[in-house]
Design a protein around this ligand. Sequence first.
Ligand code: NAD
Length: 246
Amino acid sequence: MTTASRQPADGWALVAGGASGIGAATVRRLAGHGVHGVVLDRDPFPDDLAGWETHVVDLGDPQAIDDEIARLHDAFSAPRLLVNAAGVNGSASSAYDVDSHEWDRVHAINLRGAFLLARDVLAWMRDDGGGSIINVASQLATAVVRANPHYQVAKAGVLQVTRTLALEGAADGVSVNSVSPGIVTTPMTDRVMADPEWTRDRLARIPAGRFAHPEEVAEVIVAIGLLETSYLTGSEIVVDGGYLLQ
Ligand code: NAD
């Protein structure tokens, strides 16, 4: 395998959760580099994903992931890049509020779905000459706040999913890394950002003094996704304006 064969520009990209926020910014940025592919998400999709196919898939449903991979497999050779950006935040203000239904809902999408999709695409890339997988984790995979502990546990799991799959893929030219954003202005954070007390508290913890734009995270995802080397693998790249420094 030549390193050049790993370039997404030579192939195509798959972006899970590409209909909104960080995922959509990643799709647009890849398109700017001439890279196109398939977006997996729930309805609706924005209109400005020109050049990309959009497939409706519930990534919390293992059967739906299996079916989608089988459909893609019939139509294409393996993508050169998978960005695993689908996710939901939780609806609990403390650990005492997390019932088993809420735990399962968040873990089904953020952890199990991310694992199953990355695992299936890893096997496909292994058989087709390598590639790159980027899982979107969070600063809350490492830091802890008093809200949505099940989200934080799931994101910590995403880091270990990255490492276990990186170990599997290393000999076959498949790199697997995590990008961990800080707090980003997307639809996921709309509701909490409407609360001035929350905003004041969180801003005070960010050395950069501001929240991130989704494009700033997408820029890092695409930079890693377009690397020719597969020697960067199993790593977590933190994009948090310095949050984890203190
Ligand atoms: P977002 O809500 O804008 O985007 C998330 C996308 O995932 C949406 O398009 C949504 O439809 C999709 N999705 C959710 N459940 C799905 C399902 N069952 N099947 C298919 N698609 C599904 O949020 P975002 O902020 O862009 O989040 C992207 C990723 O970044 C998530 O994994 C999130 O946990 C992570 N993250 C976000 C922040 C932040 O502050 N916004 C911080 C750290 C990590």
